[in-house]
Design a protein around this ligand. Structure first.
Ligand code: ZN
Length: 250
């Protein structure tokens, strides 16, 4: 039997009354847990629904191939992020976050930082003091940084200049080059970052979680940041997310 705290990132109905939930936890990454009678049981219904952060107690059974299968024994809710569920736009954004997590295939790996990032993002989305677009950008870029896609943001790859007026980031090479050194600024993989945008990008990639959400930006920079982080996800995941479209049309 295992006990751990985890966040439900997907719910799938299984048969008449059971369901499979996908849970993100520090210790096990993203794993599937089978919930017998989970659709009807009032005991576990709130703590096993999408976006619930709960204490889980699960039984582990190995199959013939040695794979572990998890079965829910009991669970208690810790935070249900109730306000996220009441607002269609916030729900759509949270669905996009959970789709990114399911896609990231972080099964059975240690995910302390990713869980921390996700819980913090949902906490601020639930509280409502932050701009949804900023939370989205922070989550998109930092998630990929924590997954090992963090680019080297120290300075120009050729002349080592740290803060030029304009820096170019190339999605394909993952490198920064200043305007003087940039070999192919017309490349489809190129994006221009001015000093302020570069500062914001570095901040999201590297700042501690206790300060990560403590900044605001104006609409002009939010648009630039949104372009930077959406292209970063698109290039590295090479996948199209329907939940992002749905969030956009609301
Ligand atoms: Zn340079």
């Amino acid at each position: 039997m295992l006990t751990f705290k985890g966040l439900v990132v997907r719910e799938t109905k299984k048969g008449e009354s059971s369901k499979l939930i996908t849970v993100l936890s520090s210790e096990h990454g993203v794993i599937d847990i089978f919930v017998r009678g989970g659709v009807k049981s009032s005991k576990s219904i709130s703590s096993t629904q999408l976006f619930s952060y709960s204490n889980f107690c699960v039984d582990v059974k190995k199959d013939a191939h040695g794979y572990s299968n998890y079965y829910l024994n009991s669970c208690e809710p810790i935070n249900l992020f109730y306000n996220v569920r009441l607002d269609a736009k916030k729900t759509a954004l949270a669905c996009y976050f959970t789709e990114l997590l399911c896609f990231s295939r972080i099964e059975n790996s240690y995910c302390d930082e990713i869980l921390k990032l996700t819980l913090n993002t949902l906490y601020f989305l639930d509280k409502g003091n932050h701009d949804n677009e900023l939370l989205k950008s922070i989550f998109e870029f930092r998630l990929l940084c924590e997954m090992g896609f963090r680019p080297n943001l120290v300075g120009c790859n050729k002349c080592y200049e740290v803060e030029p007026e304009i820096m170019h980031y190339n999605y394909k090479s993952g490198l920064l080059e200043c305007d003087n050194c940039c070999y192919n600024p017309e490349s489809i993989f190129d994006i221009r970052l001015d000093k302020a945008l570069l500062y914001i990008v570095r901040y999201i990639a590297l700042t501690d979680y206790n300060k990560l959400f403590s900044f605001k930006i104006n609409e002009k920079y939010q648009q630039k940041l949104t372009e930077f982080t959406e292209r970063f996800v698109k290039y590295n995941f090479k996948e199209y997310f329907d939940t992002l479209d749905f969030y956009r049309i609301l």
